[in-house]
Ligand binder design. Sequence first.
Ligand SMILES: [Fe+2]
Length: 256
Amino acid sequence: MAEPGRRAVIQYLGDAKNRPGPDFVIAQVENADDAGKGAGPKEIRELQEAGVDFFTGGNHSLLGKESEKLFAEPNVPAIRPANLKTEIGSGWKVVETKHGNILFASILGQTVSSNPAEIDNPLKTIDKILNVLSNQQLAASIINFHGDFSSEKRVFGYYLDSRASAVIGDHWHVPTADAMVLPGGTAHITDVGMCGTLHSSLGVKTPVIAERWKFGKSSRNEIEQSGPLQFNAVLLDIDETTGLARSIEHIQRIIK
Ligand SMILES: [Fe+2]
């Protein structure tokens, strides 16, 4: 979430440099620019320098000042939700890595308050993507499900169980305590949580929201810039021969 979120990622990955790190790092960047809306080339570069390899999206992916500039570059390692009806950018990509090809797909839940009037059905969208790739050998497939309803987020995980390496939920900014490998071998969490300021509401200053709530006044969200940071993530271990998950571990660190 905004600059404090990028700072949390940079600090955590920087501290991790001296111990064995993950082979591949993925960040969801729909709130990564300074205003907390979308991401542009500058934020992507900053996070790449910190060690992030690939970037997924959500309902704010195309709302940032520089978002369209980011997706205008076809080789950028970033996607927006695949079921958004738009010609801008791409909703899934296959990336070559030293362990084999990895599919990344971003899917928007059916029920997200700021969704455009019409989005494609999430289940039909992911089926279409997996059908297109049915003849490809994939070492892993990572699906980011960006939704509001816990029921949708759970059902989507089970819907893909045994067909994807991981289905990682987000959008709440608050992590859930249900990271697990489902019976068919797909790692799942309802919500991974955010990176950003700890004492905030989803990264935003709480008094602004309380005022708006109490008096019905319209006001802009203000990003909370100060105080300790929270870093939330999941660590996945995937068997590249089967494309299924061995384990998923939720990580939360408070950075003073
Ligand atoms: Fe979101």
